[in-house]
Design a protein around this ligand. Structure first.
Ligand code: SF4
Ligand code: SF4
Length: 329
């Protein structure tokens, strides 16, 4: 990369906006960013239009940090354009990385989402059952809206991605480390996840005894010992299946990891890895030597997991082998 100032862009697709706030959480480090880079596109913070990007030459932007998954045609268009205009594209945050919470909409399709949001929702008054259309004619002309897709996609299911910065939002120390790597032209090979090669359990200070659990508690049902592994106290913790980099920060406040760091290194799929970790620990507590279980016993044990999709795939459904619910047309 040249020694002249870098050109950096930020974009926000289907996400809550927390990733944009995480950039501001850099505090004084943001001064390093301003010193080494000109921010050429950041719709949430700058008055700039899509047409300003359209006229940029290809590869004009050095690095684009793209947060959010791809839910509609506008986001897909921007992902394609920013890919074309950027030398390096970073999937910034959990939604761009593995689909995250917006990706749970893949348990439904467009018709079901619209039906719930615009027709059935108790706070909606919509007697004519109007739902968004891509084109609506009014006397002043035709109003256009992006097309809402059936399926939420990750950024790399849409365009080629160079790096991944995981987290919901990415921890500021990972963002700062990425900025330092960019500034010193010291980025790892293309395709790398810019986070440590460890699982959250590896950063967690809690004591583990390889104990079996027979009962699963939801977080509000138990006040856990702050020094003992939550999973071994029966509270589902995604730490074994999740990439670290956050310093196990949820565990430090006595809350389980919900998995926002995405799949742990060398794990093909976060949800399946967690189901496997749980299977290895779940059993009848205190029943010494019990190795085999009847179908009914197994069912009793696994039925304790409320909302399995939202637990095991909260951040990764679009990137998982499941991807989405089958659509029957
Ligand atoms: S499962 Fe959760 S609580 Fe237990 S060691 Fe791993 S991160 Fe810590
Ligand atoms: S502990 Fe888990 S959920 Fe919490 S910030 Fe870290 S990766 Fe995300």
């Amino acid at each position: 990369m040249s020694k002249s100032k870098l050109k950096i862009a930020f974009y926000w697709a289907a996400s809550c906006g927390g990733c944009e706030v995480a950039v501001l959480d850099l505090n004084e480090k943001i001064l390093d960013v301003v010193q080494m880079a000109d921010i050429v596109f950041w719709p949430v913070a700058m008055d700039i239009k899509y047409k300003d990007v359209e006229v940029m030459p290809d590869k004009h932007i050095d690095i684009t940090f793209f947060n959010g998954s791809i839910r509609n045609s506008e986001q897909e268009h921007m992902a394609t354009m920013l890919r074309q205009k950027s030398k390096t594209l970073v999937a910034f945050g959990s939604c761009a990385h593995e689909g995250s919470v917006p990706g749970l909409a893949n348990l439904s399709d467009k018709a079901e989402v619209f039906d719930q949001v615009y027709i059935k929702d108790r706070s909606t008054v919509n007697p004519n059952g109007v739902t968004p259309k891509t084109e609506t004619c009014v006397k002043e002309g035709t109003l256009k809206l992006p097309e809402f897709y059936d399926t939420v996609k990750t950024l790399d299911q849409t365009v080629d991605v160079d790096y991944y910065l995981p987290g919901c939002p990415p921890p500021t120390k990972l963002i700062a480390a990425a900025i330092d790597a960019i500034a010193s032209n010291n980025l790892p090979p293309k395709g790398s996840v810019l986070a440590p090669l460890k699982a959250v359990c590896d950063e967690c200070p809690r004591k583990r005894d390889n104990k079996k659990i027979g009962k699963i508690y939801r977080v509000y049902e138990k006040s856990p010992d702050p020094d003992i592994c939550l999973l071994e106290q029966g509270i589902l913790c995604m730490g074994p299946a999740t990439r670290s980099g956050c310093g196990a920060q949820c565990l430090n406040v006595n809350m389980p990891c919900t998995g926002c760091g995405g799949k742990a290194p060398n794990v093909p799929e976060q949800g399946a890895a967690m189901i496997s970790a749980l299977a290895s620990i779940l059993g009848y507590d205190g029943v010494e030597g019990k190795e085999t279980y009847t179908e009914k016993e197994i069912e009793e044990l696994i039925n304790q997991v409320k909302d399995p999709a939202g637990t095991f795939y909260m951040y990764s459904l679009p990137a998982s082998i499941l991807k989405r619910k089958v659509i029957k047309k």
